[in-house]
Ligand binder design. Sequence first.
Ligand code: TPP
Ligand code: MG
Length: 547
Amino acid sequence: MTGAELLVKALLHEGVDRVFGVPGEGNLDLLESLRNSKIEWVLTRHEQAAAFMAATYGRLTGRPGVCMAACGPGALNLSTGAAYAHLGAMPMILITGQKEIMSGREALFQLVDVIASMKPLTKLSRQIVSPQRIPTLVRDAFRIAMEERPGPVHLELPEDIAAAEIEPVPMVPIHPIEVPVAHRVALDRAAEIIRGSKRPLIMLGAAASRPRSTFGIAGFVHRTGIPFFTTQMGKGSAPGETSLYMGTAAVSEGDYVHEAINEADLIIAIGHDTVEKPPFVMGRNGPHVIHVSYTPAAVEQVYFPHAEIVGDVGPSLQLLADRVEGKLSNAKALLSLRRSTLNRGADRATERRWPITPQRLVQDVRKVIPEDGIVALDNGMYKICWARHYFTCVPNTLLLDNALATMGAGLPSAMTAALLYPDRRVMAVCGDGGFMMNSQELETAVRLKLSLVVLILNDGAYGMIRWKQAARNFVDFGLSFGNPDFVRYAQSFGAKGARVKSADALVPTLEAAFTEGGVHLVDVPIDYSENTRVLVEDVGQRVVEVV
Ligand SMILES: Cc1ncc(C[n+]2csc(CCOP(=O)(O)OP(=O)(O)O)c2C)c(N)n1
Ligand SMILES: [Mg+2]
C-alpha cells in the first residue's frame, strides 16, 4: 500500500467520517485514497472555511474534525482556523502536503516552513518523515488533540512519503482513558468554603460547554440550588436549569448580571478558560473564587482563584454535591436579583422601531429557533446582544467565539452544525463584513444540500470598530463600505434570498425560509446608533469603554 492509503486507514481507525479541505497536486495520492474509503470528502472554496468547519466538528462532537490543504499557500490559509481551534480548545487535525523530502527537483518552489508556522497555532506540529511511522503519529495526534485542554494538531505529509509503496503496518490499538476525578482533600476544602458562603454564585465557562461536561453540571446546579451565570462561551451548559439562570456576563464589568456578581462572596467558576474576555474582574476585596475544571487555572491579573478542583468535571462535581447538598441555607441568597437582571432590556424586545432594535432581533430569532436549534455567530457588534439576551437551555446551541473572536467563522461553523444535525434548525448570524470574509462558502452549502438560514445584519460598515471609534471621540473614518445586492448574490449561488423591510416581517420571513429548507440568505438592515444608545443608557459609559 501507499503512505497515503496507510494514512486514510489510520484516520478510519480513529473513526473519522469526514475530511474538509482544498487539495493541491501534492495531496492527490491522499485524495485518491479518500475516494476509495468510506470517509466523506467535503470540498470547500477556501482552506480557512475548511479549518473552521473541522474545528466546529471537534467543538460539537468532542472528536477531532479533520481538514486538509496543499503545501505552501494552502497550508498557510489554514492558519486562522488553527488559531481558532487552539484558543477555542476545539480538537482538530490539520493535514497539509509538502514538497518531496527525499529529493528536491523543484528547488524552493512553493516551499514554506509550515511546521514552524503552525507551531504557535497548534498543540503539536510534526512532519511525517517515513510511511512506517504513520499509524503511531496519527494515534498520537488524535490523543493529543482530544486530551484536555483539547486543540489542533498538525501533520505534514510530504508528497514522496504519500506516494511511497510500503508493506502494511499494523494500527495502534485504541483504548478508553478515564480522566481522573478531583482529589478528596481538594473536594473537602472546597465544600467547606461553599458551606461557609453567605452569597454564592456559580459561573459556567467555556469548558463547561464540552460535550462531556454538561451532564454533571446540571446535576450540581440542581442539587445545590445555587443560582448561576455564564460566560459567553458557557451559555446553555446547564441544560434544563432555567429557573436559577441569572444571566450572561457579556462584558467584564458593569453589565446587568454584575449587580449579582458584585454582591457575591463566593463564585464557583466551573470550566472557566481565561481565553475568554474576562466575565468579571477579580480584585483584592472581591469574592472568593473556586476554580473547577479539567486543568488548573492559569493565573492572570484578573483571575487568581483561591481554591481549585481539578479533574473530570462531571464526576468531580457529583462528589462535591455529595458534600454540600442539603447543607446550604444561603444557596439562594442572590436569586432575588434574578428578575431585575434578566428583565432589563426586555421591553425593547417588542418595539416596532425600524431599523429593528438589537433586542427585538434576538427575541424574534429565538421565536423561530426551537430549544435544540443552533445559532452560529460571526464576530461583530451584535455578539454582545446575543450573549446577553438570547436565552439558551441546551448546550452548544449558541456557537460564538469569544476566544480568537475572528470574523468569517459564522457561516462555516453553521454549515458544520447543519451537516451534523440535519433535523435541527440552524442559522448563521453575520455582519455584512464578516459574511463577506467567507461568503464563497454559500456555494459549498448549496452543493452539500444543507438546510440553513444566513441572517445578514447590514450596516454597510465594520460596525463594531466604527462604534468603538465613535466611543473614543474619533472622527467617523475608514470603516464604511458598499455591499453587493445580497439577495441576488445568494441567488447567483443557487441559494434563496430575501430582504426584510419591516420589524414585523422578520419572523414570517425566517419561518418561511426554515419551512422551505435549503440554503437561505436573509438581509436585514440594522442601525447601530440604537445599540450605542441602549448600551450607554442601560449600562453606562463605562461599558462602552471596556467592551
Ligand atoms: C478576521 C478579523 N479581522 C478583523 C477583526 C476586527 N473586527 C472585529 S469586529 C469587526 C467589524 C465587524 O463588522 P461586521 O461583520 O460588518 O459586523 P458589525 O459589527 O458591522 O455588525 C472587525 C473589523 C476581527 N475580529 N477578525
Ligand atoms: Mg457591518
